[in-house]
Design a protein around this ligand. Sequence first.
Ligand SMILES: [Zn+2]
Length: 450
Amino acid sequence: MQIKFCGADREVTGSCHLVKTSNNRFLVDCGMFQGSNFNEGRNHDDFPFDPKDIDFVLVTHAHLDHIGRIPKLIKEGFTGAIYMTEATCEFAKLIWEDAYGIMKYNHRKYNTPILFDENDVAEAISHCKGVKYNKKIKIEDNIFAVWKDAGHIFGAAFIEVEVSGKKIGFSGDIGNENVPILRDTQNLDELDVLLVESTYGDRLHEDIDTRRSIIHGLLKRGIQKGGTIMIPAFSLERTQELLYELNLLIEHDNLLPNVPIYLDSPLAIDATKVYKKFPSYYDQKAMCLHKAGDDFFEFPNLKMTYTKEESKKINRKKGPKVVIAGSGMMNGGRILHHAIRYLSDSNSTLIIVGYQANGTLGRRLYEGAEKVKIFGQDVGVKCEIKAIGALSAHGDQTKLVNWVNSGTKAPKKVYCVHGEPNGVTELAHKIKEALGVESYVPEYEEEVEV
Ligand SMILES: [Zn+2]
């Protein structure tokens, strides 16, 4: 059996791994490459395989960099089933439709190419099959797969695949410790081979227990300054975790002044509904709140602005306010309309709560750019910029190494993917050093025998 690395190799986006067995070919994830443009040029390149030869796709979770090229796969002749958890099915629909909407808008405005159309999206949706956590399913005579909690985003899983008795794990993205709402990352089975993400393979996060107090401190300071607090947030998970924490700070602990908080993202508003639909995925604490009748995604000063008109009105609101809007890496979405207005305001604050890929506006701001370009316009950066590592959706180096070693026996071989060159190299080194496990960093389009 061979694994061909077809994306997220020495970089963090474009996840796609091809597995070739004697009888079948299948993919684990098929995501978009993301960078300075929403729809990077490389997404339009030919796949390093023929989509018509792929029998089925296994999906770890609904982030665009893991599912974004699936409608393109369909467009180019893939006809098989796409397996994912039930919540991921619902998110996938939202994410693909949203991506198509953004591409259509960009095409109209800047004449950029479109990767797939609404028919491809509808077709992709019709191929999705929902699976339950921890229920091993038979996909082919000799191929079984099981989805287990990754603790990364709602519905996210790592997948353990058994091919003719050999076990291969695909981490997808592995979450941080003690994330609100989500159950913890499950332990690994005894595996022959593991592909592990390395987003924070070279970093350690601050203590997660301080998450709420850091958010509290930053918001309090931002509100005192009287400006706008912008939080670019991924519509899945970061947003809902923020709402959860804000609900506790505001409704339970009464710790923040009553300023308007806007959730300015139709995608995040729709995604929040999926959370409410699957309370069975909640961790114990969220389940207790849910059973006690606490809707932790709503509180009195939260305003959900679904339409463009409602969104535009936010700018007219004087005084301090908090705006949570996508995209999380500021490479598109409504956050740009707020950024163009408030980045140059020294009373305003930008709080970065997620990973910022190379080339994105969020990354440039995080690295201290004094001037940026938004919609072709130069914007001087005067606002305060803060980042909260503890809110990251990804586990840090310690978490990843412990997780790799979480089975009764460590995997025989580990491949480090989904990380920038430093992340993958340092994680591979650490795994070898701490666990004595053979580790390897593959190149794009490299094929290995497993
Ligand atoms: Zn992810």
